[in-house]
Design a protein around this ligand. Structure first.
Ligand SMILES: *Cc1c(COP(=O)(O)O)cnc(C)c1O
Length: 355
């Protein structure tokens, strides 16, 4: 168990485990996990009682059954267990009756077809009903703090997790819009006669552009070996000079101090066995602040290779300059045939699909 715990925190450092007590409720198991500071997923009054009796504090418990007897909810409430799951309007009503301060987690149904034991036919709200449920929770003054799912037991397909996590993100986005819609309905109801507009920028374009930058020059630096040098690491340090930099479409690296590191990736698949080198990636100009990223570990690149950077549509090309005589990036439009026919009428006078 200790090794499993280590493996978990090493591989999923951002995911705090809440052990599902139903799987094995031997007190030694719970004591051991409690000492390792895990949380506990309890499904009934009995399991909550057991965990509490072993010294687990209520903030480490999630009451993770979506259909709970009233008496068990009251027990959780009386003992300070606040986090609990729900997947229906009726469960919300029970909560508002017995545990109005509960911190609710909405369980969604996800694709569990790749699992040995499937659960989504019994538990979990469908994505289409999420908006309605969140709205109802709002009306009842209940606090929804998160989303949960179970891909089924013995799941053999990692993509099932990917899709389920994407679905959970979708619920957060819906919740965000529910708050806005709720406030609008309260302060500017539809019959108020006020027309509401918004001016989204980043929302529409950020993910629509990918920057392809060309490696125009390269320099290999051999660092001096000294006693601090890790003998395993190669002393070779790569310097690449790209066709784009902070005076081009990457100007947000300078103007937005909170912007994280950009992570250019290779145009081709990278094998995990490939040797990687510590690399510095510079922009093309003579200015020493024109640096794209530092201390970046990638396989060796060659002049002429392409590096790609995603999500480059917002405040990028519009802010680029031709400082030092380097041309601004060209923009190539790629549309699917479907989109082309649906939105860009061939009979409308237009120059060319490539701008
Ligand atoms: C049973 C259960 C788990 C644990 O499932 P395993 O397949 O044993 O990992 C997790 N969450 C919920 C809600 C469960 O009912």
């Amino acid at each position: 168990m200790f090794k499993s715990h280590l493996r978990w925190i090493t591989n999923l450092p951002r995911v705090k485990p809440f052990y599902a007590v139903k799987c094995n409720n031997t007190p030694t198991v719970l004591r051991m996990l409690s000492a390792l500071d895990t949380g506990f997923d309890c499904a009934s009054k009995g399991e909550i009682q057991l965990a509490l009796s072993l010294g687990v504090t209520p903030d480490k418990i999630i009451y993770a059954h979506t259909t709970k007897p009233l008496s068990h909810i009251k027990y959780a409430c009386a003992h300070g267990v606040e986090m609990m799951t729900f997947d229906s309007e009726d469960e919300l009503l029970k909560m508002s009756l017995c545990h109005a301060k509960a911190k609710l987690v909405l369980r969604i149904a996800v694709d569990d077809s790749k699992s040995l034991i499937r659960l989504s036919s019994k538990f979990g709200a469908r994505l289409v009903s999420v908006g309605k449920l969140l709205e109802r929770a709002g009306e009842l003054g209940l606090d929804v703090i998160g989303v949960s799912f179970h891909v089924g037991s013995k799941c053999t397909e990692s993509l099932a997790f990917q899709q389920a996590i994407a679905d959970a993100r979708h619920v957060f986005d819906i919740a965000f819009s529910e708050v806005i819609n709720g406030a609008l309905d309260e302060f500017f109801p539809p019959d108020s006669g006020v027309q509401i507009i918004a001016e989204p920028g980043r929302y529409f374009v950020e993910s629509a552009f990918t920057l392809a930058a060309n490696v125009i020059a390269k320099r290999v630096v051999i660092d001096d070996m000294d006693e601090h040098c890790d003998s395993e690491a190669s002393p070779k340090r790569m310097m690449y000079y790209l066709s784009e930099g902070v005076y081009g479409s990457l100007s947000f690296l300078i103007s937005d101090p909170n912007h994280g590191k950009v992570e250019p990736y290779l145009h081709r698949a990278v094998e995990s066995s490939e040797q990687r080198y510590r690399s510095v990636i510079w922009g093309p100009t003579c200015d020493s602040t024109d640096k794209v990223t530092d201390n970046y570990w990638i396989p060796e690149l060659h002049v002429g290779d392409w590096l790609l950077i995603d999500n480059m549509g917002a405040y990028s090309v519009c802010l680029s300059t031709d400082f030092n005589g380097f041309e601004r990036a060209h923009i190539y439009t790629v549309v699917t045939a479907e989109t082309w026919h649906a939105f860009i009428k061939p009979d409308r006078p237009r120059s060319t699909p490539v701008v």
